[in-house]
Ligand binder design. Structure first.
Ligand SMILES: Nc1ncnc2c1ncn2[C@@H]1O[C@H](COP(=O)(O)OP(=O)(O)OP(=O)(O)O)[C@@H](O)[C@H]1O
Length: 611
């Protein structure tokens, strides 16, 4: 069966073959990080606009409440007839209740929209992190920090910056316009105070905190990475006596973080104090100007209190600016991922039967992990027709695992092409490729779950018979029978409750269950004793249907006489190829290694390679 188009879709555009170091080049939204995020808010624009208007209405209700209450108190002092005060009394009650209702509704609408948006953003950020096939520079702690705290920056951008800023702007305009009816001169003074509080102070706050705030997000990311290293690497750190040094690095970072946060807090207090000063001075200036303008005493009082409330609302912009400055680094990191995020709509669930026979061609495939570094694979060429079994061997660091990684799509070639039945591997959707090429990669991860759950990852819905066959082939059946819980035995975090060999057999059984057309096995017998290794390799090769091809990576040369071809890699290049019998009779790495391994297995390790 051909897999030239397993999704039934036409071939996608060929990926740029020169971007091996770059993440997948999905053309995402561009522009400032805020725009990149806000573009995703389009579906929730009405809700967000509603939240902004409700926030403005809430602040305006507070302003009106204070002004009306002041008017009421000052007018009541002159003991007017009650009916002159009735409207104001009712208004004070209505505004007091209305303000609470408006605040509640605003929070409801704002959070509803923002949490929906944050869910979208987090999904895309996760997809981008997961799709980073070249993740050599990525640290899990930093990825977690991006997914959690950086995405929260999006939430804060809307709830703590944009919504309060909209409210402050609208209320300031309404307050100045209303004051103009009482005294244009006082309104002008109020406008100056509002500009100081709502424009000058936020600019000052931003200028004072920009540098410190930019350091925060990367520092938090680094600290999260330290935390992961300190917990996951605790045993190794302790074994090498490096725990206190690693803790020292982390606590240095914590102290730097604390210093920056203290500095930010101190600057914040200073700017807040300036804000209070501006509010007081503006109110005093408004009173003086209004009195000079001949405004009635009661209205002067109303203007004074109204000014204090309006400036306080405008001062929310200082908090918003400070928040914004603090959020930028996180937003930038999120925006980078959103630009690379693959379109979620493109994810098509795999349908139809898995292909069983696929031909693969490596054509001048080169992989460089660093632009200037040596090639891990250097113009590698290989044909792997359906049903062929090829073993790749070579010294440590020769590029064997890199070959498996490019074939399974987890690393992108820097040059050359891998064709699956003539179609470029990079054009296969991420959810289709594992059904065609898959298997056991180096250091396979075993989940903290039951044996059954770990196996079903290979083929969801596999029946008991399939599970039993795969575990028998991988040589795990005896161990499993001895477990009281059987299939439901929990294997512990990273398979910690299993021996190294059992973990490897479990991962191998899972790989066999997946039944890809091309089975990639990177050191399938690692951690097994020689006899078990030979048995497992023989039974895996015997159990793999004839039309499926196998790419076997191995340090161990025993058992390779049953494969069709052996490729010897050195420094990313093919230095020898042929069948086992040819290679053991020709001088070279293979023959040396074969003799060394044979001698070692007989207990003659000291003999060394025969020239
Ligand atoms: N993620 C990575 N980032 C940078 N360099 C890498 C990365 N993975 C591998 N390399 C480098 O690429 C080269 C080939 O590594 P690879 O793991 O493919 O070798 P290998 O033949 O599988 O080695 P081994 O037999 O020891 O597993 C090595 O020099 C290695 O240092």
């Amino acid at each position: 069966m051909s897999v030239s188009d397993p999704t039934g879709r036409p071939d996608g555009p060929r990926a740029d073959r020169t971007d091996g170091d770059a993440a997948p080049a999905a053309p995402g939204p561009t522009g400032a990080p805020e725009w990149v995020v806000l573009r995703l808010a389009r579906p929730y624009l009405n809700r967000l606009l509603g939240a902004g208007l409700l926030a403005a209405a809430t602040e305006f209700a507070a302003l009106a409440l204070m002004s009306t209450a002041t008017w009421l108190l000052m007018s009541a002092a002159g003991r007017p007839p009650l009916d002159r005060l009735t409207v104001a009394i009712v208004a004070v009650r209505a505004l007091a209740i209305g303000r609470g209702v408006l605040r509640y509704t605003e929070r409801l609408a704002g959070h509803d929209a923002v949490l929906r948006l944050v869910t979208d953003v987090r999904t895309r950020v996760f997809a981008a992190l997961a799709a980073r096939r070249d993740n050599s520079g990525q640290r899990s702690g930093d990825a977690l920090s991006r997914l959690v705290s950086d995405v929260e920056a999006v939430q804060d951008l809307l709830l703590r910056v944009l919504v309060p800023a909209t409210a402050a702007g609208l209320v300031s305009v309404v307050a100045v316009a209303t004051a103009t009816f009482v005294s244009p001169a006082a309104a002008g003074t109020l406008a100056v105070g509002l500009l100081l509080a709502g424009v000058a102070l936020p600019i000052l706050a931003t200028a004072l905190t920009r540098h410190a705030a930019a350091e925060l997000a990367p520092l938090r990311g680094a600290l999260a990475t330290d935390a992961v290293d300190l917990t996951q690497g605790a045993a190794e750190l302790a074994a090498f006596g490096a725990t206190s040094q690693a803790r020292g690095v982390a606590s240095d970072r914590i102290q730097r973080l604390a210093r920056i946060e203290r500095r930010l807090a101190a600057t914040g207090f200073a700017v807040d104090a300036l804000g209070v000063l501006v509010a007081g001075l503006t109110a005093a200036a408004v009173v003086l100007v209004a009195l000079a303008d001949g405004v009635d005493g009661v209205l002067v009082g109303v203007l004074a209190v109204g000014t204090l409330v309006a400036v306080e609302v405008a001062l929310a912009l200082v908090g918003a600016a400070r928040q914004w400055t603090g959020l930028r680094a996180g937003l930038t990191r999120v925006a980078v991922l959103l630009r690379e995020a693959p379109a979620t709509t493109a994810a098509v669930p795999p349908t139809g039967p898995s292909p069983t026979a696929v031909g693969i061609r490596f054509s001048d495939v080169t992989v460089r992990y660093r632009a200037e570094g040596p090639a891990a694979l250097d113009r590698f060429h290989l044909d792997l027709p359906p049903g062929r079994r090829i073993a790749v061997v070579g010294p440590s660091g020769a590029g064997k695992s890199t070959l498996a990684a490019v074939l399974t799509g987890s690393v992108r070639p820097t040059g050359g092409q891998i064709l699956l039945d003539g179609r470029d591997l990079s054009t296969y959707p991420a959810e289709v490729l594992p059904r065609i090429v898959g298997g056991l990669l180096a250091e396979a991860y075993v989940f903290h779950a039951t044996v059954r759950e770990n196996l079903l990852l290979g083929r969801p819905g596999a029946g008991e018979g399939d599970l039993a066959a795969a575990t028998a082939t991988a040589g795990l059946a005896d161990w499993l029978r001895a477990q009281p819980e059987g299939w439901d035995t929990v294997v512990g975090e990273q398979g910690g409750q299993l021996s190294g060999g059992q973990r490897q057999r479990l991962a191998l059984a899972r790989a066999l269950l997946a039944e890809p057309a091309v089975l990639v096995l990177d050191e399938p017998t690692e951690g097994l004793d020689p006899v078990a290794a030979d048995d497992v390799l023989a039974s895996v090769l015997a159990a793999t249907p004839a039309q499926r091809s196998v790419l076997l990576i191995s340090h161990r040369l025993r058992g390779l006489d049953s494969v069709d071809e052996i490729v010897v890699l050195e420094s990313g290049r093919v230095v020898q190829r042929g069948r086992h019998a040819d290679l053991v009779s020709a001088p070279g790495w293979y023959r040396d290694q074969w003799q060394l391994q044979e001698a070692a297995e007989r207990g003659y390790l000291a003999l060394g390679p025969v020239p």
